[in-house]
Design a protein around this ligand. Structure first.
Ligand SMILES: [Zn+2]
Length: 353
C-alpha cells in the first residue's frame, strides 16, 4: 500500500507500507480529501522529536469508511466522515482527570502522523471509530469539513483560552489559517475590537472579512507600541498567539493588560532552549497576567460541534482553501506549497477522486 512518509529528518517521499489491521472498535478508511498543515512542515523540516522510520505523515482528512470493526456501532462502510486531527485515547487513565490532550504521555492526543501512521496513505486505521470519527451534516462541503478537523478547532481553542468577554479588545498575532479562525472565534466570543497582526494581502483581506476591526503590520513599527497606542497605553484584554518566532511570546506579554490580561498560545515554537519572559512588562513576576498554552481540542464531539458552526452559518472556513489539487499523488506538491507559502496561498486541499 502506498503512503507519503517522512524518510528521515528533512526528507519525505513515497513508500510501500503495510496495510492497517482492523481492530474490534476500529475502522479502516481511505482519504477523500487531505490537507498538509504547517505542523507537517514542522515535523519534516523543523527538526522535531525523533520519529519512527518511514512514518506516514498527515492528520487533516475527510475519508470514506472501508471496513468497520465488529464492535463499531455508529459507522458503516461507504460513509464519508471527518477525521479529527487530535484523536485522544478515551480509555487512557488521565482522561478521568480531564487531561484530554496529554492523558498518557505528552501529546498523547496527537497520534496521527506522530505516534501512529498518519492519513497520507491509501488506507489508515482509526483505532476507536465511535469516539473519534465525526459525522458530516448534510449540506456541508468537503472543503468545509476538512477545515473543521484541525484549522477551525485549533483557532477556536485559542479564542476559548483567551477568556474573551463582550467588549474585549483582542490581538491575534499571525493570520495564517489558524489565526484567521482565531479571529472568527474571537468575534463569536464577543470581542468588540480585534487587532490582527499580519501582512500578506489575501490574509489581511480574509482577516477583515472574518471579524478583524484593524490589521497591524509588524513591519510598520514595533507591534507592541502599535497596540499600546491604540489602547490608551493599557494594552489588550487578551492576545492569541497563532504564529511567529520566539520573539512573539515576549511581545504578547508586553501588550496584554496588567491584572486581567490573558495570553493564549496555540503557536508551535520549534527547537529547544527557552522563551524569554519580559521581567518589566511581566511586573517582575507580579503582573497578574495569565499565560495559557494549548494543543487543539479534538475527538468526535468537538469536531461535530465545529461542523455545526458551519452548518448554521456562523463560520465560513471554505474561504481558507485557496488551492485545490486533484489526485492522491499531489500531496507531495501540496506539502511543498505549505512550506513555501506562495503569496496567494492560505490552505491547499488535495482530493483523491
Ligand atoms: Zn494540521
Amino acid at each position: 500500500m502506498k503512503a507519503f512518509v517522512l524518510k528521515e529528518p528533512g526528507a519525505v517521499g513515497w513508500a510501500d507500507v503495510p496495510e492497517p489491521e482492523l481492530t474490534p472498535y476500529g475502522a479502516i478508511l481511505e482519504p477523500v480529501a487531505m490537507a498538509p498543515c504547517s505542523s507537517d512542515v514542522h515535523t519534516v523540516f523543523g527538526g522535531g522529536s525523533r520519529k519512527a522510520p518511514n512514518l506516514v505523515l498527515g492528520h487533516e482528512c475527510v475519508a470514506r469508511v472501508v471496513k468497520a470493526g465488529e464492535l463499531v456501532e455508529d459507522f458503516k462502510p461507504g460513509e464519508v466522515v471527518a477525521v479529527p486531527a487530535i484523536t485522544p485515547d478515551w480509555r487512557a487513565r488521565g482522561i478521568q482527570e480531564h487531561n484530554f490532550k496529554h492523558a498518557s504521555a505528552p501529546f498523547s492526543g496527537h497520534q496521527l502522523g506522530r505516534s501512529q501512521p498518519g492519513v497520507f496513505s491509501e488506507r489508515f486505521l482509526i483505532p476507536d471509530a465511535d469516539t473519534t470519527l465525526a459525522r458530516i451534516p448534510e449540506g456541508i462541503s468537503i472543503e468545509q469539513a476538512l477545515m473543521c478537523v484541525d484549522v477551525v478547532t485549533t483557532g477556536f481553542t485559542g479564542a476559548e483560552n483567551a477568556d474573551i468577554k463582550f467588549g474585549d479588545t483582542v490581538v491575534v498575532m499571525g493570520i495564517g489559517p489558524i489565526g484567521l479562525m482565531a479571529v472568527a472565534g474571537a468575534a463569536l466570543k464577543g470581542a468588540s475590537r480585534i487587532l490582527a497582526v499580519g501582512e500578506r494581502p489575501l490574509c489581511v483581506q480574509r482577516a477583515l472579512e472574518m471579524g478583524a476591526t484593524e490589521v497591524l503590520n509588524y513591519r510598520d513599527n514595533d507591534v507592541v507600541r502599535q497596540v499600546l497606542e491604540r489602547t490608551g497605553g493599557v494594552g489588550a484584554d487578551s492576545v492569541i498567539i497563532c504564529g511567529g518566532g520566539d520573539q512573539v511570546f515576549a511581545q504578547a506579554v508586553d501588550m496584554v493588560r496588567y491584572g486581567v490580561g490573558v495570553v493564549s498560545n496555540i503557536n508551535y515554537f520549534g527547537g529547544t532552549g527557552s522563551l524569554p519572559f519580559p521581567k518589566f512588562s511581566g511586573g517582575r513576576g507580579m503582573a497578574g497576567k495569565t499565560i495559557r498554552t494549548e494543543l487543539a481540542e479534538g475527538g468526535r464531539v468537538r469536531i461535530e460541534r465545529m461542523l455545526d458552526m458551519v452548518k448554521y452559518g456562523r463560520i465560513h472556513p471554505e474561504r481558507l482553501v485557496t488551492h485545490h489539487l486533484k489526485g492522491f499523488d499531489k500531496i507531495e506538491q501540496a506539502l511543498y506549497l505549505m512550506r513555501d507559502k506562495p503569496k496567494d496561498l492560505i490552505k491547499v486541499m488535495v482530493t483523491t477522486e
